[in-house]
Design a binder for this molecule. Structure first.
Ligand code: TPP
Ligand code: MG
Length: 342
């Protein structure tokens, strides 16, 4: 749980002094959908770390603790809205029905991991920082020009707000009143660079002011706060009022990726606190206090997610090895002689 910070939206209480709030219009079935989505992503993430250690997938960017940000925002979208993920949201397509084996194939470096973006309305995973922000904004502007009502959401980190592409995308979105949501996961780190070395601004949301769009701060460990803020941003976008910047505050309580050793730089005490108050547990307690979740249902949902992951890794390992020529197939119109003859 975040230390109380003024101006940070929070809905889930702590079961003691802070009372639970609720999101208007969100019934029991929708609350359980959010829970199912969080369990699915948590299971995906935890299993992926194991699969990496077993040598079954390559380097993997862990998103443990970011599930509330991803699920709260993605489930607020309409089906036709487009998602532009970074590597941190690699499995967000699962919330749109993408099979786990597709995402596992991506992390395995297998071409079966290249999904068709139009099938799930999920763009390719952007590994270069912030380059997908202009893509999302361009998509949203295009949809508007064509008279459609779909929006685009771009996910990026605190570090991305120092990249030119972020600023170009944000300015363009505001000037064109593009129906876009710019969702910044502020997990306080860009690999080993802390937020304090990233900006002198008091908050990342302050950056929105300079572009003339609202900047909203939410507790990124509170799936309901993220959901509500995204619903409002989408309503603005669809009403022709343009983009919104959402800063979802969290603290990265896992390594940046499997190739990172954060013990060299992070704050152990803060990590312990984050792990104790992680977002799935917070939501689970909320649902139990509200009488929406029983032990039996929680077990069933977790077992289902695990079964899907087990089937996913089996499916991806059963794929035929890719043809090495694929590496070059889309790189050259006219391959140089060294490759052509080799
Ligand atoms: C254009 C570019 N520069 C540098 C990198 C190397 N790099 C990979 S992840 C990362 C940190 C990004 O931090 P942040 O935007 O906060 O996202 P997070 O990983 O915390 O989700 C960097 C610098 C990159 N992928 N792309
Ligand atoms: Mg970060």
């Amino acid at each position: 749980m975040l230390p109380a910070e003024p101006g940070v939206r929070r809905i889930i209480g702590d079961g003691e002094e802070v009372a639970d709030g609720e999101v208007e219009g969100l019934g029991d079935a929708a609350l359980l959908d959010l829970y199912r989505g969080m369990v699915l992503l948590r299971t995906y993430d935890e299993r992926s770390l194991v699969y990496h250690r077993q040598g079954r997938i390559g380097t993997y960017a862990i998103f443990w603790g970011h599930e509330a940000i991803q699920v709260g925002s993605a489930l607020a979208l309409a089906d036709e809205d487009w998602i532009f993920p970074s590597y941190r949201e690699s499995a967000i397509g699962l919330l749109r029905g993408m099979p786990p084996e597709t995402v596992l194939a991506w992390w395995r470096g297998h071409p079966a991991g290249w999904w068709n973006p139009a099938e799930f309305r999920v763009a390719s995973i952007a590994v270069p920082i912030a380059t997908h922000v202009p893509h999302a904004v361009g998509y949203a502007w295009g949809a508007k020009l064509k008279g459609r009502s779909d929006c685009a959401i771009a996910y990026f980190g605190d570090g991305a707000t120092s990249e030119g592409a972020f600023h170009e995308g944000a300015n363009f979105a505001a000037v064109m009143r593009a129906p876009a949501v710019l969702l910044c996961n502020n997990n306080q780190w860009a690999i080993s660079t802390p937020l304090s070395a990233q900006t002198r601004a008091e908050s990342l949301a302050d950056k929105a002011v300079g572009y003339g769009m609202p900047g909203v701060r939410v507790d990124g460990g509170d799936v309901l706060a993220v959901y509500e803020a995204t619903v409002e941003a989408l309503a603005r976008a669809r009403a022709g009022e343009g983009p919104t910047f959402i800063e979802a505050l969290t603290y990265r309580a896992a390594p940046h990726a499997t190739a990172d050793d954060p013990s060299a730089y992070w704050d152990e005490e803060r990590v312990e606190e984050e792990r104790r108050n992680e977002c799935l547990g917070r939501f689970e307690h909320y649902l139990r206090r509200a009488g929406v979740l029983t032990d039996a249902l929680a077990e069933e949902i977790k077992a289902d997610a695990l079964a899907r992951m087990k089937a996913g890794i089996a499916a991806v390992e059963a794929l035929p090895p890719p043809d090495p020529a694929v590496v070059f197939a889309h790189a050259y119109v006219d391959p140089p002689p060294s490759l052509r003859d080799g």
